[in-house]
Design a protein around this ligand. Structure first.
Ligand code: ADP
Length: 161
């Protein structure tokens, strides 16, 4: 059985990777789908986000990384995948994820959304917070793979000059 894990991954964090490791134990293949055009303004463009996800997941044999545009459920259908994976960190994720899961189910009733919770250490890690904290000078090395840390340092330099 395959699972589709969609997101903006701007950038990928150890929280995302924690979830991917958990899903690997449950599924034969995990398809990590990076959204090409995010409704949120992204710090990293699509190519950069794809590149980081690919580098960080290189050793994972059961994982495939792909980019997609449009509705997640349409992409799942196209890939013949019946389960969408999403993460639940705090109660605050619940409302948005609940709405999205039910909306997706209304559009495509044969596709289910499954939720996994990360290790508590990562339950407060979000790409948005990582970026904010990093640009304010915090040490975020515990929360992101080294490739991501390097990319953030490069981005900060680019923005500065
Ligand atoms: P999106 O913009 O689609 O929410 P994200 O890349 O922010 O994309 O997140 C993709 C999925 O991963 C979401 O379901 C989100 O809740 C989950 N996620 C993000 N960070 C973590 C984390 N630290 N632990 C567990 N799940 C997470």
């Amino acid at each position: 059985m395959k699972v589709l894990y969609p997101g903006s991954f701007d950038p990928i964090t150890l929280g995302h990777i924690d979830l991917i490791k958990r899903s690997i134990k449950l599924f034969d293949q995990v398809c990590v789908a990076v959204v090409a055009k995010s409704p949120k303004d992204t710090l990293f463009d699509f190519e950069e986000r794809m590149d980081l996800v690919k580098k960080c997941l290189k050793g994972f044999k059961k994982v495939k990384v792909e980019g997609f545009e449009g509705l997640v459920v349409d992409y799942a259908k196209l890939k013949k995948i019946k389960i969408i994976l999403r993460g639940l960190r705090m109660i605050s994720d619940f409302e948005y994820e609940f709405q999205m899961a039910l909306t997706n189910r209304t559009i495509k009733p044969d596709i289910e959304t499954m939720f996994l919770m990360p290790e508590p250490n990562y339950s407060y890690v979000s790409s948005r917070l990582i970026k904010e904290a990093f640009f304010l000078g915090a040490d975020i090395s515990r929360f992101v793979p080294s490739y991501v840390l390097k990319a953030l340092v490069r981005k900060k330099d680019e923005i500065r000059y």
